[in-house]
Ligand binder design. Sequence first.
Ligand SMILES: C[S@@+](CC[C@H](N)C(=O)[O-])C[C@H]1O[C@@H](n2cnc3c(N)ncnc32)[C@H](O)[C@@H]1O
Length: 293
Amino acid sequence: MDLEFVHLPVMKREVNEVLNLKKGGIYVDATVGLGGHAAELLKMIGPEGRLLGIDRDEEALKVTEQRLSDKRVILKRGDFSDMEHMLHEEGISEVDGVLFDLGVSMMQLKDDQRGFSFLSHGRLDMRMDKRQELSAWDIVNYYPEHELERILRELGEERLSKRIAKAIVRERGKKTIDTCSELSGIVERAYGRRGRIHPATKTFQALRIAVNRELDELRAGLDASLRILKRGGRVCVISYHSLEDRIVKTFMAQHSREGVLRLITKKPIIPERGELRINPSSRSAKLRVAEKI
Ligand SMILES: C[S@@+](CC[C@H](N)C(=O)[O-])C[C@H]1O[C@@H](n2cnc3c(N)ncnc32)[C@H](O)[C@@H]1O
């Protein structure tokens, strides 16, 4: 595999511990990506165990298919909100654990052609699933200013949402905004100065969430995981920004009040210092776990 595309699985030791993996168990890796976590899970579930790996991204699944060629693994392309249906197709109705490792992989982020990164010179795209029509290019070039502003404010928690939306609309009046670097240049100029974090970070986060309907998918995926978990089965979620983490926290708290889930992590687990050194992009990760009662 191209070194540039290596994606280090975040908190892999912690995930293995809190998932409480059993020999012969059935597990869902709802965001199998490049199979980093899945490879670790497979070491623990014995020859009779099974693993359903889901991803929207065809390119990631191609890599994973080769990496995890193992008869215990079933890989499916699609949205994790559809996991019940995918399991039923395989004749499985209940599982021992579900793992979500949200967001994008390094392979997606580093590939210029995928248009996820503000550093990319590729076309604005950001679709995890290339079968989908809506891309970041459509949003940036065609959404009305008030809708752009709302996306930046709600999904990026961007303080300067009004100013940036206005700048985008002004620039696209001259010519379409085609590449990631064109957009990050516009945001940089709207900010007028640079701090420690690139000024386009929040704008790109907001667009990515909007293009991939990430928050609705997360809510639906968590609900689906609850329906397929056995008693004693665990749902384990790694989130990377506050909007995701809030949804996970609220979901687990609400179902624990209703007596459906027991919280295993009262406070989220975060990566140890050693991991942060090796993999700085794990710095915002938060791991929350709950068990079905
Ligand atoms: C952070 S990566 C996972 C990396 C993986 N744990 C590993 O160790 O290689 C997240 C993956 O989830 C996928 N993904 C995100 N949202 C999804 C959804 N709603 N349904 C299916 N896959 C999704 C992305 O395409 C991406 O490949």
